[in-house]
Write a protein that binds this ligand. Sequence first.
Ligand code: AMP
Length: 500
Amino acid sequence: MPNIYRLFHEGTKRGGDFILDADGTTLATYKDLETRSARYANRLAGLGLNKGDRVMVQVEKSAESLFLYFACLRAGLIYLPLNTAYQRSELEYFIGNSSPKLVICAPASEALFTSICSTSEPAICVQTLDGEGKGSIREELGNQADTFADQPCDDRDIAAILYTSGTTGQPKGAMISHGNLEANLTTLHKAWGFTGQDVLLHALPIFHVHGLFVATHLAVLNASPIVFLPKFDAQEITRLLPHASVYMGVPTNYTRLLSNPEFGKGACRNMRLFTAGSAPLLPQTFDEFKHRTGHTIVERYGMTETGMNTSNPLKGARKAGTVGLPLQGVSCKIIDSAGNPMEINETGSLLVKGPNVFSGYWQLPEKTQEEFTADGYFRTGDLACRDEDGYISIVGRGKDLIITGGFNVYPREVENVIDKMHGVDESAVIGLPHSDYGEAVTAIIVRSEGSDIDEKAIIQHLKATLANFKVAKQVLFVDTLPRNTMGKVQKNVLREQFKQ
Ligand code: AMP
C-alpha cells in the first residue's frame, strides 16, 4: 500500500467544499486541499526536509493546519501533532525525544520553542501558524508550485507519531504507518457507510487519533464538506447539527448536548450517524439520547496505538455499554494472566491484532516488544469481556483495577451501579492505599444539581447490589471529575489528590 494520500486525489479532483466555518462560509475547497497541500509540501522540501524527518506541530485548528498535515503525508514526512495544552517541560521532553527537524507552533509560543531548540544539534527550524491560518510558514507559499509528486512510501513507512496520553511514566511516541492509516480508513468507511452526501460536523481536536485520522480522513475520502469548529460548544453544535449528517464525539459531548434544553429531534433531523468513543459512553446517556432524538449512538473503541478496533454495527443491534464487534480484519482476544482465553462474560485482558495496529514506540524497541505477544497481538492494557453475541465491553484500564483484600474489583462495575442512582450525576471509583486491605475501594461522586445524596445512602445501595468486597469503604463528593481533552476521567489525578 503506497502513500495514503493517493486515496484522496480523486476527491480533490472532484472539488466541492472542504472546510466551512460556523457561518457556512467556505474557507477551502477540495481543489484548494490539492494545491495548497502541494505548496506546503514544496515549502517543506525547500526548508531541507526529507522523507522520514519529523515535523512537530502545536497549533490551533484551521484549514491551513490541515493543508500542512496532508502536505506532510504527501512528502513522506512524519507528522507529530501535540496537544495545545502542553507546557515547557513537556515540550522539552517531546523535542528531545523525537528530534524534529521543523517545529510549527502558535506565534505566542515562538519564543518558548526557539529557546528550547536553541541548543539542539542538529538545528531545529521554528515556524509559526495561528488559528486564523497566518504565520511564518506561509511566507513564500505563494512562490511555490501548486503541484507535487507524492513521495513513494510503503505501508510500513511512518506517517505520524502520536504521543500516548501517558497517565503513568513518560509519554511514548506511537509510530503510525501509512499502511495502518489506510487499513483503518477503508474499514471504517465501509463499516459506517460513508457516502459523498455526508457532511461532517467536526468539533474534536486534531492532535488526536479521533479528530485527525478517524473524523478528518473519513470525510476527505468522500470529499465531504467539514463544518470545522475550533472547539465543542453544546449551543453551537445544536445550532449547526441540521447542516450535517455525521457527528463524532467523546461521551462528554453527548452529556453536554443532553443538558441543553434546546437539543432534540429537530436539531438531529438531517443526521445519519452519531459515533462516540475515546472514553466509555454510559448506558444511561445512550438511552437518554435515543429517547430525546430517536438516534442510537454508535459506540466504538480504539486507541492511539491501534486506531479503531471495534464498533457497534451500522445495521444490526447497537448495544448500550458495549463497544460492539471487532472491525473487519481486526482480531480481538480476551485472556487471563496465564494467557488462556476467557469464557463468555468473564473479564480479562484485551489483545488486538490487525493491519491497523502500530509498528511500535519511537526509539523504545524493548518496550515495544513487551507490549506484543509472541503471536503478534498488542496488549491494549484494557480489561474487557465479550457477551454471547460477541459484543465487547471495556471494563476499564488494567492499571485502574483495584485489588482489595486479595479480591479484584473492576471500577466500572461499581461506577455503573452508582451512576444509576437518583441524585448522582457521575462517579469515578479508585483504589486508595489501605493498611489492612492493600487498597480500599473509594467512590468519588458528582451529585446532580439540588441532590443531597450522602455517603450512607450510597454505601447502603452498594451493599444491596454488589458483593461486599466491591462496596466502597469511603465515599467522597466533588463538584467535577478531572478530565483530559478527550473526555477521559484522570484517575491518576484523583488517586494523587485523595491519597492520605
Ligand atoms: P487514546 O490512546 O488516548 O485514544 O486512549 C485509548 C484508551 O481510551 C483505550 O485504551 C481505552 O481505555 C479508552 N477508550 C477508547 N474508547 C473507549 C470506549 N468506547 N469505551 C471505553 N474506553 C474507551
